[in-house]
Ligand binder design. Structure first.
Ligand SMILES: Cc1ncc(COP(=O)(O)O)c(C=O)c1O
Length: 426
């Protein structure tokens, strides 16, 4: 019904503004915010992350005259934060993980300086599903008077319900005094149609720096609360409907079943002597790698692909990824059985690591010239977008995915290029 309604103009599309008010009020309550918590519905996690960076850059400029803004971000932060850094000219001071894959708060403190416009924590981070130590970060943020944003794009619509179900979790939301804003996606664990996230702030003084106003445009005085101009009413209405449909009890039930599937998967992987789960994730995401030098984890990924699973690859360290939902309760046992079989196959034939996408991914992660990798990816990607649809060939892609010899994925194309380059240089 609302797919042609425009959230840009709240005075014309009053129902949409009401949907937005109700969504933000529900999120503020879920995240234990006070009545002052305010925010906007955005088109997705990336928009929410981009907005936080723009807001805090402009806040620091307006209140402290910061001209060379920096933000403190852990290497496990979602790539949207690196995008925001590039888009808005905010330099990243990168925090390395410790040996247990956790963000080290002491390292964060050592990086704060007069140019710091914000600190980022994630709840949880995407690669390994770990919740950053938000309380420790909050304490630093308050003491050093720097805003702290929590990226709960993944966690926002599941961690609160896990907690309601009795799962012990560290504090990560507005109950932590130093937290100034939170991004939480409705189109992930809120199960809304794609195109719906939220960014909320502890108070309106912060949110004001997100807004854009231009008073001298011949087209009229213009004001916009978020990144987009026209804002898709259909997505916002669908998100509102999802909240009504599930309600607290529906989301608690989804969280309960998700956690059953997640725990079963985590324990099943940890019980395989050749594998290890990265860190100690509480759900709903995890990453895992090999602890056996004979078992190449990317080769395990290939054997899983061959069995019909879709598994994302991690790098630094090399690993596989799982984002678990309630639906996976039906398939987690089959997944573990296939994983055991895949590990056994690779163990029996370690040369599998030099075939298929395992060879490619392994090579990609080990190309020392990262700037060249970036330039090459850009080249290939741009090729896919040139006029006429570029050179993205679905048939070739499918042939390569099923073991054919046409390089199709970005990783495969880069590996082909790199091998060729090395050969020419020899
Ligand atoms: C922690 C985190 N933040 C932000 C994002 C970006 O969200 P989106 O893909 O909706 O732009 C993601 C996506 O997976 C994420 O995991």
């Amino acid at each position: 019904m609302y797919s042609s309604a425009n959230g840009l103009n709240p005075t014309a599309f009053k129902s949409l503004k009401r949907f937005e008010n109700e969504i933000i009020a529900a999120v503020a309550e879920l995240l234990h915010g006070s009545e002052e918590v305010c925010g906007v519905v955005t088109s997705g996690g990336t928009e929410s992350c981009l907005l936080a960076v723009k807001t805090y850059r402009d806040l620091a400029r307006a209140t402290r005259g910061v001209r060379r803004p920096e933000m403190i971000v852990c290497e496990t932060a979602h790539v949207a934060w690196f995008k925001a850094s590039e888009y808005f000219g905010v330099r990243i001071r990168l925090v390395k993980r410790d040996a247990d894959f956790r963000l080290d708060a002491a390292q964060v403190e050592s990086l704060v300086n007069r140019n710091t416009v914000m600190i980022l924590g994630s709840a949880p981070e995407y690669p390994n599903g770990l919740i950053d130590p938000i309380e420790a970060l909050g304490e630093i943020a308050q003491r050093r008077r720097v805003p702290l944003h929590v990226d709960a794009c993944v966690g926002g619509f599941i961690l609160p319900f896990m907690a309601m179900n009795g799962v012990a979790l560290p504090a990560w939301d507005y109950r932590v005094p130093g937290v100034t804003s939170i991004s939480a996606d409705i189109h992930k664990y809120g199960f809304a149609a794609k195109g719906a996230s939220t960014i909320t702030y502890r108070n309106l003084d912060l949110l004001k720096h997100q807004m854009f106003v231009y008073q001298d445009w011949p087209g009229g005085v213009f004001a916009s609360p978020a990144l987009l101009g026209t804002r898709p009413g259909g997505a916002y209405a669908a998100a509102w409907a999802a909240l009504q449909y599930f309600g607290v009890s529906g989301y608690r039930d989804l969280a309960r079943r998700t956690l059953l599937a997640f725990d079963r998967m985590k324990q099943g992987i940890a019980a395989m002597p050749e594998l290890r789960v990265f860190g100690d994730p509480k759900g709903p995401l995890l990453g895992y790698g090999s602890r056996d030098p004979v078992v190449d984890i990317y080769a395990v990924g290939d054997r899983m692909d061959a069995r019909g699973w879709q598994i994302n690859r991690l790098q630094f360290p090399e690993g596989l990824h799982a984002m678990v939902t309630a639906k996976h309760l039906e398939s987690v046992d089959a997944y573990l059985a296939d994983l055991r079989a895949a590990v056994a196959e690779v163990k029996a034939d370690p040369s599998l690591a030099r075939q298929g996408t395992a060879a490619t991914y392994g090579l990609m992660a080990n190309v020392p010239l990262r700037g060249m990798v970036k330039a090459k990816v850009l080249d290939i990607f741009a090729g896919m977008y040139r006029a006429g649809g570029g050179d993205f060939d679905l048939a070739a892609h499918e042939s390569a995915a099923s073991g054919g010899d046409v390089p199709a994925t970005l990783a495969e194309r880069i590996a082909t290029w790199y091998v060729e380059r090395k050969r020419r240089r020899r």
